[in-house]
Design a protein around this ligand. Structure first.
Ligand code: DGJ
Length: 717
């Protein structure tokens, strides 16, 4: 048994330790939980002290009074004396909604408690879980607060399980996965906001009094607000300062709250969006929240990113995917719906010549899909476009030495489709409400088991003999008017939102099990589902539909704050006619090689010069791919649309430094790399310079004379 979680009877405290952090929970009067400490490892922590306050409600039971309003709460309940954001609010059949849980018992287990029907992080042999069990005797409910410690990555995850022990329904109005109270300080809040085409732009501002609510009500984690959030010292930068980082292993609507109170505490909460996903919990039934994660470091935002990256690589992405990141040619930006077997076979020949590894046939291969107006739901091949069928086509592609990838969008249905004619009631729409379209499509109600079965059977028939090992899974609209499209009571409206997400994961899992060896690239109109839960199934995600390199540099920089380079699909797309020159392809490539490289262009029209340029890029990328896939990320500089970072490959002690700017080129930058070992020599082959490790540590001056470039500093053996 590891000792990463312990309970000390004398101090009535639970101690949760990771490699560099300590988290302490105090059991007060054997009933309530106070958050005592979260930070770097220390042996000295202030004792719990009740703090009286005018207007505070207090418990006076003959012993020292308890002031809930000023206590650092572990998991505050609605209406029970803590006037700040509640983590849980339940309503019973009589309408009572004061919620008040008290401690009952605890358990420390090796490994973890899995979450029903939802993805959660993988364990290793150091993983342990603390389960605190609480009871509310009025509501007749049990609550389990679960804390899982991922020792090496400095991550602690949290989720809760609610059990209705009675016979009557209990309504869950709010239930967060994580609540953390920390002492007030001069903190900034850092978030990833954006829109379609402008995903994950880093926003940083000083934290103000009141609640800041970051949320999605779209049924997806969304382009607009990513579930990631961090709180950091106002003086923190990439290399120094206290940072608390949070994220959510969930792809549905969420509501993350950061509240700066007037009683010297800051409250952070991560959880589902109760307004969209509130539930009726029947007697005897258990409800599981998704898993939320938190990390702390005093080494700045860069270390926070590395903690999340190594957690995702080690505990989220299925291990079997970790090293497979093919260079793809995707048909979308070159041809849109205008694809057919003849053209693709010609394209495949050029792709092979260039060294491309996988041909991804994007939208347009099925049914009558010649525009975005028709076909979704009818998942059989279009025989006019592929006269010999998908199986034969895939054999021909395989013969050329290329792997095949295929685009799908299983969660959607066009009104103009066979499926809609047969099953209009399968659209996701609340009964009696107006039908809302987006990109000419409805969402399929995959919460219904019969819809899930239809999809599995249809895809199985279509793909069962096809040689392919890559799926691009798209999702091109948000969920609106979510509910039952019939006047029955199969599932109440809110429960559908959750069931939808559960079945969406179920379908991903089915693909992975049914077509062994397959990898899935996630996509939602670019990066609308760029979240940790998707990364359990989709080892890569299409970062954004925006492939304009200057914008891409910003989007990728934002994405790297919370997610590793190995999930970031980065494609070189065709520039407009006048820009089709090696310099422009070079610019696009230098931005794309920060992640997993691919191409989206008509290779058949490349002139010799551009062809040679791309061929060189691909053979070069194959030599340096490991930096993006396995390297550790160190951001150095990001200001005025100039971004500099490096990846460090520990096994060969080498570095790749990336530079991207929109300013004048020819910039000199001093870069110091603390990982270089003093007495070793390193070589920069591009500039033909040899450095001693100690010099690299102290800082070397590099000149970047292009809008984007990279320099490799290799250890000399
Ligand atoms: C949106 C995606 O982001 C694109 O890459 C492409 O796959 C289209 N959908 C296809 O409809």
């Amino acid at each position: 048994m590891n000792n990463n979680i312990t309970y000390n009877k004398e101090t009535s405290c639970f101690y949760l330790e990771t490699s560099n952090t300590l988290y302490i929970i105090k059991l007060v009067r054997n009933k309530y939980f106070a958050q005592l400490y979260y930070g770097e490892k220390t042996t000295f922590v202030d004792e719990y002290k009740p703090r009286p306050l005018a207007f505070a409600s207090y418990l006076d039971d003959g012993e020292e009074k308890i002031y809930f309003e000023t206590m650092m709460a572990e998991y505050p309940s609605f209406g029970s004396g803590d006037f700040w954001a509640d983590a849980i609010r339940l309503r019973n059949y009589k309408g009572n909604c004061v919620t008040d849980f008290e401690y009952n018992n605890y358990e420390i287990i090796n490994g973890r408690i899995n979450i029903h029907n939802l993805p959660c992080a993988n364990v290793d042999n150091k993983t342990q879980t603390l389960v605190l069990t609480l009871k509310d005797n009025v509501l007749n409910c049990t609550l389990k607060l679960c804390y899982t410690v991922f020792y090496d990555t400095d991550i602690i995850s949290r989720h809760v399980v609610l059990i209705n022990n009675g016979n009557e329904d209990v309504i869950i109005e709010n239930i967060k996965s994580l609540n953390l109270d920390i002492p007030n300080n001069d903190y900034d809040i850092v978030t990833l906001n954006g829109a379609h085409y402008f995903e994950r732009t880093i926003r940083r501002s000083s934290l103000n009094y009141g609640k800041q609510v970051l949320y999605s009500a779209r049924g997806t984690s969304s382009h607009h607000t990513n579930p990631f959030v961090a709180i950091c010292d106002n003086s923190a930068d990439y290399t120094k300062g206290n940072v608390y980082g949070f994220n959510f292993i969930y792809s549905g609507s969420f509501e993350n709250i950061v509240e700066k109170t007037s009683v010297d505490k800051i409250r952070i909460q991560i959880g589902v969006n109760g307004a969209v996903e509130g539930q009726v919990l029947q007697g005897g039934v258990e409800y599981y929240t998704p898993e939320a994660v938190m990390t702390y470091t005093n080494k700045g935002l860069g270390q926070m990113s590395r903690n999340f990256h190594s957690f995702i690589k080690k505990h989220i992405i299925p291990l079997s995917f970790n090293h497979r990141h093919p260079i793809v040619l995707n048909t979308w930006e070159a041809f849109y719906f205008d694809i057919d077997e003849k053209k693709l076979l010609k394209l495949a020949d050029v792709a092979v010549d260039l060294g491309i590894e996988t041909l991804v046939v994007d939208d347009g291969w099925f049914s009558v899909r010649n525009s975005d107006n028709a076909g979704l739901g009818d998942w059989w091949v279009n025989n006019d476009k592929f006269p010999s069928g998908l199986k034969m086509f895939s054999n021909k592609i395989a013969k050329k030495g290329l792997s095949l990838g295929i685009w799908i969008e299983p969660e959607m249905i066009n009104p103009n489709s066979e499926l809609f004619k047969k099953h209009p009631e399968w659209c996701l729409k609340a009964y009696g409400r107006k039908e809302l379209l987006s990109r000419n499509q409805h969402v399929l109600n995959i919460a219904l088991p019969e819809v899930l079965t239809y999809l599995k059977e249809t895809f199985f028939q279509t793909f069962k003999d096809v040689k392919f090992n890559y799926i691009k899974w798209d999702m091109n609209r948000s969920l609106s008017a979510v509910g039952n499209n019939f006047n029955g009571e199969k599932l109440i409206d809110n429960a559908i939102a959750r069931k939808y997400i559960e079945n969406m994961y179920n379908l991903h899992d089915w693909f992975l099990q049914t077509f062994p060896g397959i990898m899935i690239e996630g996509c939602s109109g670019g990066g609308g589902r760029y979240d940790m839960a998707m990364m359990r199934y989709t080892s890569q995600i299409w970062t954004s539909d925006n492939t304009f390199p200057a914008d891409r540099a910003r989007i990728q920089h934002g994405s790297l704050l919370a997610y590793p380079a190995c999930v970031m699909s980065c494609h070189v797309s065709n520039p407009e006619e006048s820009l089709k020159k090696p310099e422009e392809y070079d610019y696009r490539y230098k931005i794309a090689l920060q992640g997993v490289l691919g191409y989206e262009m008509d290779l058949l029209t490349l002139n010799r010069e551009n062809f040679d340029c791309i061929k060189k890029q691909i053979s070069e990328y194959k030599r340096i791919r490991d930096f993006a896939v396995l390297g550790n990320y160190y951001p150095l500089f990001a200001k005025n649309e100039t971004y500099v970072h490096y990846y460090h490959l520990e096994n060969i002690d080498s570095f790749i430094i990336h530079y991207a700017t929109q300013k004048q080129v020819g910039e000199k930058i001093t870069i110091s790399i603390p990982q270089a070992s003093d007495n070793d020599s390193y070589i920069d082959r591009k500039n033909n310079k040899v450095y001693k490790g100690i010099n690299i540590k102290e800082g070397i001056e590099l000149t970047f004379d292009k809008k984007a470039d990279y320099i490799i500093i290799e250890k000399q053996i």
